[in-house]
Design a binder for this molecule. Structure first.
Ligand SMILES: NC(=O)C1=CN([C@@H]2O[C@H](COP(=O)(O)OP(=O)(O)OC[C@H]3O[C@@H](n4cnc5c(N)ncnc54)[C@H](OP(=O)(O)O)[C@@H]3O)[C@@H](O)[C@H]2O)C=CC1
Ligand SMILES: N[C@@H](CCC(=O)N[C@@H](CSC=O)C(=O)NCC(=O)O)C(=O)O
Ligand SMILES: [Zn+2]
Ligand SMILES: [Zn+2]
Length: 383
């Protein structure tokens, strides 16, 4: 199938991050046609993830400007470049910041969902051939972001960085499976592999943390303790399946630390802990409140440039384990279909995370929503 735009640059609306910590500029940009092994997608819906805000803040060592941010998105294939065989024009797709080529050392290892095929160029804000498909009206090159760049009405991605999905799945909802929900859910059911009766603690009750909660609940975990500095998060935590909520600013006795409190509540420490804040002090607490001998800490939150996580090595000596994951350990191309099915069958909450909806031109207000403490996800639409 061919359309009037196939093979030509498309002029469309985008929100460009020209400088760190400045509002995005909503303007017309030009999106070049896809080259070999590339796909041009008409983005229908994009949500904001805290990682977009983090990179916009200038704290990301890989942050490049000017760029087109956005990585939690879904759309429809507009055109494909030569040698693309995994999707066709008209397919409904979710973009994947964790690619899956199936052929690199990591993909073939069977040990990780990380893929090396496009990661190096992705981190440099360009397509695998080292060039960008985005230009502003002055001809200035704009960088790509996380292999997705959903803050443009049209984007170009590598063929390994997207997956076709059931066209019946509502794009305005399943766009969220492009990052936060998948990440938290997978951290619980894949990376940690929580089992019935396990005690778990989740630091940070945003979309990622609450998705860990829903994974832990699905697995019939014992105590599911949520820790968040925002008391308003308690209701959400309960709704998603937590058994206990601790606000460390108000719920600790004099002289008691959050680690003391969790160790006391769980007869020596949790089986699994999850950091979903990106705060390195919280990461330390998350690690140290694990049970001696076997407790495992899963780091998910992204820490700012230069931040380091430290602890007493003794915790490792007594058998505590610390790991982490990207995209919840999910293989985007082989496993997204299963997640969509889980959602369609009511086994995976997605709609419940959408606290705000806005039109794309309200994107800067949507970034402000993120900092109100009342927003899990804002979905932007281009229509
Ligand atoms: N590894 C991966 O693949 C992925 C990582 N991420 C990262 O995961 C993290 C969570 O993302 P998301 O859920 O969208 O973010 P949110 O900001 O929505 O959630 C984080 C929550 O943690 C709370 N919080 C902040 N400081 C503390 C603290 N000291 N103790 C307890 N809670 C605290 C925040 O409260 P308040 O709002 O009041 O600050 C907020 O409720 C981010 O760092 C993000 O970049 C996201 C997706 C994928
Ligand atoms: N660019 C940052 C690293 C940011 C990071 O860790 N990103 C996560 C996904 S966050 C999604 O919202 C991730 O997948 N990491 C693995 C990867 O290969 O990037 C930095 O350089 O510190
Ligand atoms: Zn994200
Ligand atoms: Zn690979």
């Amino acid at each position: 199938m061919s359309s009037s735009t196939t093979g030509k640059p498309i002029e469309c609306t985008a929100a460009v991050a020209y400088e760190p910590n400045k509002p995005l500029t909503i303007e017309k940009i030009f999106v070049d046609p896809p080259k070999s092994h590339e796909v041009r997608v008409k983005v229908k819906y994009v949500a904001l993830c805290h990682t977009d805000a983090y990179t916009l803040s200038g704290a990301d060592p890989e942050g490049l400007f000017p760029c087109v941010l956005g990585h939690e998105c879904a759309g429809i294939v507009e055109s494909i470049g030569p040698n693309v065989t995994n999707v066709k024009v008209g397919d409904h797709v979710i973009l994947l910041y964790t690619a899956e080529c199936g052929e690199c050392k990591l993909c073939k290892s069977g040990k990780t969902n990380l893929c090396n095929s496009v990661r190096a160029t992705q981190g440099k804000g360009v397509m695998p051939d080292g060039t960008s498909r985005f230009h502003d009206k002055n001809g200035k090159t704009l960088y790509h972001f996380m292999g997705c760049s959903g803050f443009s009405e049209y984007t170009v991605v590598a063929d390994v960085s997207l997956v076709a999905i059931d066209p019946q799945a509502p794009l305005d909802k399943v766009c969220l499976l492009g990052c936060g929900i998948t990440t938290g859910f997978g951290a619980a059911i894949k990376t940690a592999n929580v089992q019935k009766g396990d005690n778990v603690v989740i630091f940070g009750a945003g979309a990622v943390g609450l998705s860990v909660v829903q994974g832990a609940k699905l697995r019939k975990a014992g105590k599911i303790i949520v820790v968040d500095v925002n008391a308003n998060k308690k209701n959400w935590a309960t709704q998603f399946g937590s058994t206990d909520f601790i606000n460390p600013n108000t719920d600790l006795k004099k002289g008691q630390t959050i680690v003391d409190k969790i160790v006391e509540m769980t007869d020596g420490g949790v089986d699994y802990s999850f950091d979903c804040t990106g705060n390195v002090k919280v990461m330390r607490d998350a690690f140290e409140c694990c049970h001696k001998g076997w407790g495992k800490c899963v780091l998910i939150g992204v820490a700012a440039s230069g931040q380091e996580f430290s602890t007493r090595p003794f915790h490792f000596i007594i058998g505590k384990v610390c790991t982490g994951c990207a995209f919840g350990g999910f293989h985007g191309r082989s496993e997204m279909g299963g997640l969509i099915k889980d959602y369609q069958e009511g086994k995976l909450k997605v709609d419940e995370f959408i606290t705000h909806r806005r039109s794309f031109d309200e994107i800067n207000t949507a970034f402000e929503d993120l900092h109100t403490g009342e927003c899990l996800r804002t979905v932007l639409n281009y229509d």
